[in-house]
Ligand binder design. Structure first.
Ligand code: ATP
Length: 486
């Protein structure tokens, strides 16, 4: 969940048990589940509530689920619809995927099977529908959590906004470059939302988070029996998203085999499912992003130059936050005001010394790190003016030179307990994650150093999968430079 607003899920099934179970599995305040026992009631609720995603049974008393899927899509194609199917109707459900269903699940299912699918559908819906508002269109309150305002006044960001305006309506591939947390996803959403395909599907795939064989099937689909465990045909994103937009995040982490397959679909607009012979045509606009230095990757042969030129019909480079000058002030003021409202904290202004500290920081995690620091600061703040003492201890410029550190007494367990108590007193609601992050910030670079930056070796020593390690490094703003391919 990335927003404080609950996600609305419409569940349409004539089996009252399913409706009850889904309500229990998806509790408030994160979710708001509305239910219908027929297609007609579902369509009525869809129009009234504009849900973020739909869970739809394939057999309904008044209409087939497939016909209902078609009607939901007529109302709003951007809302992901997950089909629920019994064993006997799996083939129909697979057909529904070509009809634009987001995914299908076979009954009976365990909550653990369906919840990740629902969350992924809700995330897709957020990306497609939550407006990414550019400065030229900025209106409304700072506390309006239903939109993402994309801020920036420095020359480089003004150029980014011009580029979005120029490229959005042209049906070309776009490559977005920038360090972690610089806003690549929000720019991708702005391009899609200003494009001629804005009413069609938008799907996002994080290429670094999915192992190669699964990524292939996720993008291109597979036939039944294509590999061990492929007990049903699967329809991939290129097929589902026909007519829409696919956001391929972390494209720089794609394997050579996947790069070749992607190049073909970009050039020829056709592909085959894994294990299949039928050629499938697809018209999908690609927006790709990476935080890697692609030109260096081309030089060391880990990225295909022909794919780069194909993706690079238009490139947008996002500057790191530390190079955006006064934009740090504009963003800090905006996020303090916005988060103060959501967290129910008093906020009037930022003291000049605090602003000076914010400007001095190097922001390896860029805008995402700034947002995190501002939330932590607000939780600690006890007055309307944000003074430096409210900044997180790990952030304070003094915390590195020993001046503010207590004498190093006690065992590490005692220090850890003291730290947990301090976070408790500071009012944090994220204690486990804060401590976990701090531990990972120390150990991950250490193990990467010991393995000469080899991610495979480091992940094997850490007992973590490679994608997990990469995404963890990225989350912590440690993604650039520390690691090498491997
Ligand atoms: N210019 C901006 N103005 C306001 N908010 C921004 C701006 N750029 C990014 N953000 C916010 O910062 C957060 C991180 O941005 P985003 O997820 O788009 O970064 P990213 O470059 O895709 O990160 P990653 O490489 O880690 O996937 C989001 O909440 C986004 O809305």
């Amino acid at each position: 969940m990335t927003s404080n607003d609950p996600s609305t899920l419409l569940v349409v099934d004539d089996d009252s048990l399913i409706l009850q179970v889904m309500k229990l599995c998806l509790p408030a305040p994160d979710y708001h589940v509305i239910t219908a026992d027929s297609a007609s009631k579902g369509l009525q609720l869809f129009a009234e509530h504009k849900p973020d995603a739909v869970l739809l049974d394939i057999q309904l008393p008044d209409q087939s689920g497939l016909a209902a899927l078609h009607e939901f899509r007529e109302l709003d194609r951007r809302v992901p619809v997950i089909m629920m199917t019994g064993h006997g109707t799996a083939e129909t459900a697979i057909g529904a995927m070509s009809g634009g269903a987001f995914e299908y699940v076979t009954k009976p299912f365990e909550p653990d099977d369906i919840l990740p699918v629902i969350d992924s559908a809700l995330e897709t819906s957020r990306m497609a529908r939550k407006p990414a508002v550019l400065p030229s269109e900025t209106q409304g309150d700072a506390d309006d959590s239903s939109t993402d305002r994309v801020l920036g006044d420095c020359q480089a960001m003004v150029e980014v906004f011009r580029s979005i305006g120029r490229v959005a309506a042209r049906d070309v591939a776009v490559l977005i470059l920038g360090e972690t947390g610089t806003g690549k996803e929000v720019v991708a959403r702005a391009i899609y939302q200003h494009s001629n395909r804005r009413d069609q599907l938008f799907h996002a795939i994080n290429c670094a988070a999915i192992p190669e064989n699964l990524l292939e099937s996720e993008l291109f689909g597979h036939e039944k029996g294509a590999f061990t465990g492929a007990d049903q045909r699967h329809v991939g994103k290129f097929e589902v998203c026909n007519g829409g937009t696919l956001f391929l995040d972390e494209i720089g982490d794609m394997s050579p085999m996947m790069q070749t397959k992607l190049l073909r679909v970009l050039q020829e607009k056709e592909f085959e499912r894994v294990g299949g012979t039928k050629t499938i045509k697809s018209d999908v606009r690609i927006i790709a992003a990476t935080n890697r230095d692609v030109e260096a990757a081309i030089l060391d042969n880990s990225f295909r130059s022909d794919l780069y030129y194909r993706l690079n019909e238009y490139t947008i480079s996002l500057p790191p936050l530390r190079e955006r000058g006064e934009d740090i002030k504009i963003m800090a003021e905006y996020f303090f005001a916005r988060f103060a409202k959501t967290l129910g904290k008093e906020y009037v202004s930022i003291a000049p010394e605090t602003m000076a500290s914010l400007k001095l920081h190097s922001w390896p995690g860029n805008v995402r790190e700034l947002q995190g620091v501002i939330k932590q600061t607000l939780l600690k703040a006890s007055g309307p003016v944000i003074v430096p003492a409210f900044l997180p201890k790990t952030f304070s410029p003094l915390s590195d030179d020993g001046l503010t550190k207590p004498a190093n007494v006690g065992t590490w367990q005692e220090n850890l307990r003291n730290w947990a108590s301090t976070l408790l007193e500071d009012g944090s609601h994220n204690i486990a994650a804060d401590i976990h992050d701090a531990v990972d910030r120390e150990i991950l670079p250490e193990i990467l150093r010991a393995t000469q930056g080899n991610v495979s070796a480091a992940s094997s020593r850490l007992g973590m999968s490679r994608p997990t390690l990469r995404s963890r490094l990225k989350q912590l703003g440690l993604g650039s430079g520390a690691e090498k391919n491997g």
